[in-house]
Write a protein that binds this ligand. Structure first.
Ligand code: ZN
Length: 474
């Protein structure tokens, strides 16, 4: 019979200690003893197996997702975002992380209000037609009676600036679909996102009174998808709304058929100034180089149309669950593995910038900054910075059984961008995210759209990557 102290955690700790002290390639034999072997990555193979078995045995990652989303949508600056900060501190303490604390971030507070209505005005014998819309983040509201104006359809910001048509007093309708022919949904999103962010300012410069922007999703349905928009100084602030893809197509067809089409838009969203919020930080402190950090991050804030289960509660869970798995196996790598739940990715990225400026960063060096912000879907690959690509690729055989069939140069994101500028190598698990934009920034981003095992696998991969890099360095 096995002695009680021969737990998996005990054995793995012993192996990590041996890797540290003698630098030998070791593996665990069936009775739990470490011995020399020709098999490369032997001890890590055992560690990765243990991480996988511990992770996939239950649905603890998914339960974490349910807890984080239980506070509701976590729009930056909202009471729910504040509740999420408190909850995250509690969760990290419950899970036994070290140095658990909040770091202050000043953020913008904006509220959607309770009115977002748009109607195609009746014309001749045709009745009025309602459009499914939502305010874009940061938009001003309309006057109380709304804005009614003729609609002009354009495809892009370029088309708006080159057109010699008049946009004076009009509602500009940006009908730019995501390019369905691309394999990579993020490339399709990136290619179509410019009118959402900059369309309001560009249209106002041409004298427009409001903008409608086609929602960024491949699906043709009636769910509007929000997202951030920004104004330019010195240009009038006009209301900006996202319109669902189905309604964008209907509106476009009607403009083609009838020529003159007017829309009435009414919204009561508004700016509420600035408030204090926080990033949430917790770690497994490195036993040899505590100031050298492998960071795993996601963003705690979300949009307000749903609880942001994929975007980005899933990323927060991936980071938290990875640290919990490592800790529970009793692994104590040389360098610090840190989970950071960033505030305000969606509404300005202030959390990522505040993190690098925080006094706690003094004397710290971030070797790797992994950001999970592409949902909780099934992992298919790994993306890491060029400086660590060769090293991580040498462990490809360990990641393959976790669903990682390729390792490429890449990674990064809004929250870790300042760290990467400072020299940290980016890293990210690549997911099969074809369905991501179906739910992204919409009322469909709910817990039921995340699969427990897909989410957990992301955490297991991050845990394995973090242990190897924290032990081996970069
Ligand atoms: Zn996100």
């Amino acid at each position: 019979m096995r002695k009680p102290y021969h737990t998996a955690a005990f054995r793995l700790t012993r192996c990590l200690a041996l890797i540290q002290s003698v630098g030998l390639v070791l593996f665990l034999s069936a009775d739990g003893a470490c011995s020399r072997t020709q098999v490369a990555h032997g001890p890590y193979q055992e560690i990765v197996r243990e991480l996988r078995e511990a992770g996939l045995a239950g649905e603890r990652g998914f339960e974490l997702l349910e807890r984080i989303t239980s506070v509701g949508p976590r729009l930056t600056g909202s009471p729910e975002a504040a509740a999420a900060v408190d909850l995250s501190l509690r969760l990290m303490n419950e899970m036994g992380f070290s140095q658990v604390h909040a770091e202050p971030v000043e953020v913008a507070r904006w509220v959607r209000g309770d009115v977002a209505e748009a109607v195609i005005a009746a014309s001749g014998t045709r009745q009025s037609i309602p459009l499914s819309v939502c305010a874009l983040g940061g938009s001003v509201g309309t006057p109380e009676g709304g804005i009614t104006a003729p609609v002009v359809e354009v495809r892009s910001l370029d088309e708006l600036s080159l057109e010699d048509r008049s946009f004076e007093g009009k509602i500009v309708f940006f009908n730019r679909p995501m390019d369905r022919r691309l394999t990579d949904p993020f490339a399709a999103y990136g290619g179509a996102a410019a009118p959402r962010g900059g369309g309001g300012a560009a249209a106002a410069r041409r004298g427009a009174v409001a903008v409608l922007v086609r929602s960024l999703t491949f699906r043709v349905d009636r769910n509007p998808h929000t997202g951030m928009m920004r104004y330019d100084p010195g240009v009038p602030r006009i209301p900006a709304a996202a319109v669902s893809t189905a309604d964008a197509e209907a509106l476009s067809a009607l403009i083609n058929k009838e020529g003159d089409v007017s829309v009435s838009l009414r919204m009561n969203c508004r700016d509420m100034g600035r408030v204090m919020s926080a990033n949430v930080v917790g770690e497994l402190t490195g036993v040899e180089f505590p100031r050298q950090v492998i960071l795993l991050g996601g963003h705690l804030d979300s949009w307000d149309l749903a609880v942001g289960a994929h975007d980005d509660a899933a990323g927060c869970v991936a980071a938290l669950e990875a640290l919990r798995l490592i800790r529970e196996l009793g692994l104590r790598p040389k360098r610090t593995i840190r989970a950071v739940l960033f505030m305000d990715e969606e509404f300005g990225g202030t959390g990522g910038r505040a993190y690098v400026r925080a006094p706690q960063r003094k004397g710290e060096r971030h070797l790797v900054a992994a950001e999970s912000d592409r949902g909780g879907f099934a992992p298919v690959g790994l993306a890491v910075g060029r400086t660590i690509l060769r090293k991580v690729s040498s462990y490809a055989d360990l990641f393959r059984p976790l669903g990682v069939s390729f390792i490429v140069a890449g990674g990064g994101g809004v929250d870790v961008a300042p760290l990467i500028e400072g020299g940290a190598a980016p890293a990210a698990v690549i997911l099969n995210a074809q369905a991501y934009f179906d739910v992204h920034h919409s009322a469909l981003d709910v817990v039921a759209s995340v699969h427990p095992r897909e989410l957990e696998l992301q955490a297991v991969i991050l845990a394995a990557l973090a242990v190897i890099l924290a032990q081996e360095g970069t």
